[in-house]
Design a binder for this molecule. Structure first.
Ligand code: AMP
Ligand code: GLY
Length: 422
């Protein structure tokens, strides 16, 4: 379920499984429709989705976006004895309530930035006068990536609190907020599959959230990613497992939550070790577009094992020992307002396992491909080094055209710059 680049990458990978016969995608996009049957049901229509799954005897439903999980799609499917990969509404609170996530981390001693919770603007503004800057202000609820603001002084902090808590610019999401310390370091994404008892991490990746080169401009859903990221050494991955992933799974289980789905930890690698910035209860986008092309194991087997609580039977995941780099091509104006319906040309028609074009926001009109979203395409190259992988994606990006296409020219720059200095 879903309509973006993440879902295209999941469908593309599931398609390669010998155990998968038919794939339906609700609602999908033009790229997904080339490899699966798209059905016109939106992600928020839980009733229609579960009816569809029952009627078509879908053996496994995989949920892409967070919203339906936060609204309880897993609970509804479970009630109807339909198999679904994704956590319950209660467990999805790890993503849908930042305060829930923080309190959970505090209870289970999971490293994260110190914080305070506020339910009135007056209290929050009172606190602002007593603290040092920068700090981070976060709305409690889901806010499509707009819920966290790094503020550098009292003036900016006061304005942010007013926008969130008085003007309610993020709606209900801003009923309560948290204010936390600013952490410095490299930000990385760790996605792992859990079945309630076992947790199996994927390779670490790094996203690029800001719209423009050099990490400038507004925050977006993600303008590109690469995998694996060398910022996470084997030693660091062990620490992440010991201090973050295992305690998260144990904590959930102690609280009676049988978590079957993705646990995605957004981490800051600080001098004091890895700290959790946020949890997501689903696959990351664009991270999934770089992780799937490197995964050799059968994704269907992994997800099937997770929903049947048999993940421990899969000892290890196997990977291509290469790098993947994804460059997102977006509409002019994204993440703000943008036009849709623009003609796209130049997308290679032949499938290529070393350069895949995943569709994020596209639709088709007969043979014609058109833009249909903010993020339009994600072009993933795979090769022996990160630089070679990037070269492959940019070669394809340079062939694709649509009016006002925007993309970052510096994906991977943080690690490439570090390696230059060595
Ligand atoms: P979140 O919605 O909590 O993931 O925050 C969105 C983005 O804000 C993160 O991806 C980080 O880049 C940044 N951020 C969040 N919390 C912190 C923090 N405590 N210190 C520094 N940056 C942060
Ligand atoms: N790329 C960030 C996310 O999926 O939340």
């Amino acid at each position: 379920m879903g309509a973006g680049g993440r879902e295209h990458a999941l469908v593309w990978k599931l398609r390669q499984s010998r155990k998968v016969d038919k794939i339906f995608c609700a609602p999908g996009n033009a790229g997904i429709s080339q490899i699966a049957r798209c059905v016109n049901i939106k992600a928020d229509n839980i009733g229609a989705l579960s009816d569809f799954a029952a009627r078509n005897r879908i053996s496994l439903t995989v949920v892409g976006p967070e919203q339906p999980l936060a609204e309880g799609i897993a609970d509804e499917f479970q009630k109807r004895k339909l198999k679904l990969f994704g956590p319950s509404r209660q467990a999805a609170k790890l993503e849908s309530s930042k305060i829930f996530a923080k309190e959970f981390m505090r209870r289970h001693h999971i490293p994260t930035a110190p914080y305070k919770v506020f339910s009135t603007a007056a209290e929050a503004i009172g606190f602002l006068k007593t603290t040092e800057y920068p700090i981070v202000i976060k709305a409690d609820g889901l806010a499509a990536g707009k819920g966290a603001v790094v503020v550098r002084n009292l003036d900016m902090a006061t304005k942010t609190i007013e926008q969130i808590m008085i003007k309610r610019e993020l709606g209900e999401a801003g009923e309560r907020i948290l204010i936390e310390s600013f952490l410095e370091g490299q930000e990385v994404s760790i996605m792992a599959i859990a079945d309630g008892k076992t947790i199996l991490p994927f390779l670490p990746s790094q996203d690029h959230k800001q719209a423009f080169d050099g990490d400038r401009g507004p925050n977006t859903g993600g303008m590109g990613a690469y995998c694996p990221t060398d910022f996470v050494s084997t030693d660091m991955m062990e620490k992440i497992n010991e201090y973050v992933l295992q305690p998260t799974l144990k904590g959930l289980s102690k609280e009676g939550i049988n978590y079957r789905g993705v646990i995605y930890a957004g981490l800051m690698l600080t001098v004091g070790g890895p700290k959790v910035l946020e949890y997501n209860c689903r696959f990351g986008d664009p991270e999934t577009q770089v992780v799937m092309p490197l995964l050799k194991s059968d994704l269907f087997e992994i997800l099937q094992a997770a929903v049947s609580s048999k993940l421990s039977s899969i000892n290890q995941l196997t990977w291509r020992h290469e790098y993947a780099a994804c460059v997102v091509m977006a509409s002019k104006g994204y993440p703000g307002r943008y036009a849709t319906g623009l003609k796209i040309t130049g997308v290679p028609s032949k499938p290529d396992n070393n350069c895949v074009v995943f569709h994020s926001g596209t639709s088709s009109d007969g043979d014609r491909l058109k833009t249909a979203g903010g993020r339009v395409l994600g072009v993933t190259g795979v090769d022996q080094t990160l630089q070679l992988a990037l070269n492959r994606s940019y070669r394809t990006v340079n062939k694709v055209r649509f009016d006002g296409a925007m993309y970052r020219k510096d994906i991977g720059f943080r690690v490439l710059k570090r390696d230059e200095k060595k």
